[in-house]
Design a protein around this ligand. Structure first.
Ligand SMILES: Cc1ncc(COP(=O)(O)O)c(C=O)c1O
Length: 445
């Protein structure tokens, strides 16, 4: 990649980011695309692949693939265990990746826990709170996390199931009550729909909806949660890959994101937690590597982040994720955000101009990321996807793991195009052309 590099610095909010960065020119995007081998392949009888499903999983550049391969070919060993040279090299590569990923999201190294994916990260927090709620044999620091009947966990109606079901389950196990902010007609969190109370213990919400693309008012949600002493959990799956994010500046207590959505490998994600919270939170998985001392009668825990990384971790994947943040950082997240904002604005404009198409989410580009969901009159999303697929255009259809949100809008399924830094304006036009072709095919216009 031979781009003019951005600063790679992080800002607290996407709106800052959008104004800070300049969109990429066609040549720069072409150079980026050349790093992604899969983008050169064809599908469905030699159609160029138009990959508009990066919200589900993104593609990986050669730099990430090479980092994983080099690690496996030269340095592979169990980290934090052996005293031999490979073990040392593997541990260095793993910890170096942690440090670069932490810096990428404005966190300290010891606040970054490697998990399998964002889903596991949220479960780790929910199970940690659940373990604290058992209230037996825990120290006073852990007791602060205990929930019980009368306590409340708050989410929003637009959450991905990953940030809903673990909280439903925590409430079931502890007797706490799940409450939620509802959603406005244009797919944003309705801040007037719920008052937090002094029994609200957790407020968990998405940074950017994977369906409506709406960017949450993080500062207001954090302020309200702090006012009642509740913990905040940010689902940053759809923000960290696409905009500068500084977790310290956002002042959230916990956050999660997944490697495979940010040009990195699958099988690795990150749980961020403020250091003092990770120290006090009981572990979720226990066993080797997460202990300090062990006797037959009991054990004590290693300091975080090791306390939450039981067993041999996903090492080449962490190294690959380190390469992914290097790659994104070299472009500059302000540039990534600006480029994706230009794609989103073009998609909103071109799709809204199609008769019988309704955008599910904010119709304008303000405080909005590049997940554009829509429904087309008279055409089921799956049929639409099939026509697009025949033209080589890959989108997502269904409820996108946000079933309650689809119920809220009275739809069973929607189509979603989602962008990454390697997408082009021509691909947006291919999407719009494909939708029109589907309307002609099904005779709805
Ligand atoms: C907003 C959001 N949260 C959570 C997840 C879950 O991510 P993973 O399946 O990598 O754990 C996704 C993935 O689609 C998502 O879009």
């Amino acid at each position: 990649m031979t781009l003019t590099h951005g600063t790679g610095t992080t800002a607290g909010h996407s709106a800052d980011a959008r104004s800070a960065g300049a969109a990429l020119g066609a040549d720069a995007v072409a150079r980026i695309r050349a790093d992604f081998p899969i983008l050169a392949r064809t599908v469905r009888e030699e159609k160029p692949l138009v990959y508009l499903d990066s919200g589900a999983t993104s593609q990986r550049p050669r730099q990430v693939l090479d980092a994983e391969r080099t690690f496996l070919e030269r340095h592979n060993a169990a980290v934090h265990r052996g005293a031999h040279q490979l073990a040392e090299e593997a541990t260095d590569a793993y910890e170096s990746a942690r440090a670069r990923i932490a810096a990428f999201v404005g966190a300290n190294d010891d606040e970054v826990v490697f998990v399998k994916n964002a889903t596991e990260g949220i479960n780790l927090v929910a199970y940690g709170l659940g373990n604290a709620s058992v209230r037996t044999g825990l120290d006073a620091a852990s007791e602060r996390f205990a929930l019980g009947p009368g306590d409340e966990v708050v989410v929003t109606e637009l959450e991905h199931h990953a940030n809903l079901i673990p909280w439903q389950e925590l409430c079931r196990r502890t007797g706490a009550t799940l409450r939620w902010y509802s959603v406005t007609d244009d797919g944003r969190i309705d801040l007037d729909s719920l008052e937090l109370t002094d029994r609200t213990r957790v407020v968990a919400f998405t940074h950017q909806s994977n369906v409506t693309g709406a960017v949450a008012p993080v500062a207001q949600l954090v302020e309200r949660a702090a006012a009642v002493g509740a913990l905040t959990v940010l689902d940053a799956c759809q923000s960290v890959p696409h905009m500068p994010v500084d977790l310290h500046r956002l002042e959230v207590d916990f956050a999660v994101f997944s490697g495979h959505k940010m040009l990195g490998p699958s099988g690795v994600g990150v749980l961020y937690g403020r250091r003092e919270l990770l120290e006090a939170l009981p572990p979720f998985l226990t066993g080797g590597s997460m202990i300090e001392t062990v006797r037959m009668e009991g054990a004590t825990w290693a300091p975080p982040p090791q306390k939450f990384e039981a067993g041999v971790p996903m090492t080449s994947q962490a190294v690959g994720l380190g390469a992914a943040v290097d790659y994104l950082g070299a472009i500059g997240m302000d540039t990534v955000a600006a480029h994706e904002a230009s794609l989103t604005a073009a998609a909103l404009e071109q799709l809204s101009a199609i008769d019988g198409l309704r955008i599910v989410g904010p119709p304008g580009a303000e405080l909005r990321g590049g997940a554009v969901s829509f429904v087309v009159d008279g055409i089921h999303a799956h049929d639409l996807s099939q026509v697009l697929d025949d033209a080589g255009v890959a989108i997502r259809v269904g409820h996108h793991c946000a079933w309650p949100l689809h119920r809220r809008f009275g739809i069973v399924a929607s189509a979603r195009a989602s962008f990454a830094v390697y997408n082009t304006l021509d691909e947006v036009t291919a999407l719009a052309d494909g939708v029109r072709a589907a309307q002609t095919f099904f005779g709805t216009v």
